[in-house]
Write a protein that binds this ligand. Structure first.
Ligand code: GUN
Length: 286
């Protein structure tokens, strides 16, 4: 039976690390890091995520600002708001919650955020730095996945890691981070032939596809670490992951629950990234 990788407990540790650092940074530099979160429209899931991000920022003692724009807002107005925050010296980190309404070009919005304030690590400057193996802002969910894996104490070097999903936000960056730690990495996706044959090779299996219960116990190698990035809502309103927890926990050595696994870690790493943005902007703080 697998041990539970408790993202809620680990995220509390990370947020406490940030909380101590905020005190130190304020004492040293005379101001606190400031995270600015923009939400457009009334997507209920996004509203929950954003509320939790602002709540976490308050817990760590950093400043946060929430900008709520109606779903009817024009792309031009949103880009104008981002430009304003880019040039506001009191703002260290900018997050635009995705998805955006259909009439707004998400790519344009991502490109508009100043790279040094791009707390999500989505700007092409940060993405290219990541792929070149240079210092950069690492996207929050992949960073959280790595911290969860590290908390098992298992050495990633030389292990076979299978990432199911190839999104820019999770699949691709998590694969690169695993590669940086000398895992042998396979990226599987919706066109992968015989997914089970591929996932059964995995010492570390990361599922990030958004398909409820896709990964079944028979697809898991005995003793694998299973990380479930999926957050899906079932018809009865319950949250469930991409991993069928009941059958996979019979096979895995470690497994993340949904909720309470990767989700809280994403928010905790967002706090870490805000500190990073602050340090990159304050002379002498790095
Ligand atoms: N929507 C779902 N995940 C994320 C994320 O990590 N960042 C932002 N900005 N929006 C998201």
């Amino acid at each position: 039976m697998a041990k539970i990788l408790d993202g809620k407990a680990l995220s509390a540790v990370v947020k406490d690390e940030v909380r101590s650092e905020v005190v130190e940074l304020e004492a040293k530099y005379g101001r606190k890091p400031c995270l600015c979160v923009i939400i457009v429209g009334e997507n209920p899931a996004s509203q929950v995520y954003v509320r939790n991000k602002v709540k976490a920022a308050a817990y760590t003692g950093m400043e946060s600002r929430l900008i709520e724009l109606p779903s009817s807002v024009s792309e031009e107005t949103l880009l104008g708001k981002i430009a304003e925050l880019n040039s506001d010296p009191s703002v260290d980190a900018i997050l635009v919650q995705l998805p955006l309404p259909k009439h707004i070009d998400e790519e344009k919005v991502i490109y508009a955020v100043a790279p040094e304030k791009d707390v999500d690590g989505f700007h092409p400057s940060n993405v290219s730095l990541l792929w070149l193996g240079k210092e950069c802002i690492v996207p929050c969910t992949p960073a959280g996945v790595m911290r969860l894996i590290d908390s098992t104490g298992v050495d990633i070097c030389g292990k076979t890691a299978v990432v199911v999903g190839r999104s820019n936000i999770v699949g691709k960056p998590v694969a690169k981070l695993l590669l940086d730690r000398n895992a042998t990495v396979v990226i599987a996706h919706s066109r992968t032939a015989d997914l089970g044959a591929v996932t059964r090779q995995a010492d570390i299996l990361v599922a990030a596809v958004g398909k409820p219960g896709l990964i079944k116990g028979e697809m898991v190698r005995p003793g694998a670490i299973v990380i479930d990035v999926g957050i899906n809502r079932t018809e009865d309103g319950k949250l469930c992951g991409d991993v069928d927890f009941a059958s996979c926990s019979e096979k895995a050595s470690w497994i993340t629950p949904v909720p309470g696994g990767v989700g809280p870690m994403t928010i905790a790493m967002l706090m870490k990234n805000t500190i990073r943005c602050f340090k990159s902007r304050v002379p002498g703080a790095r």
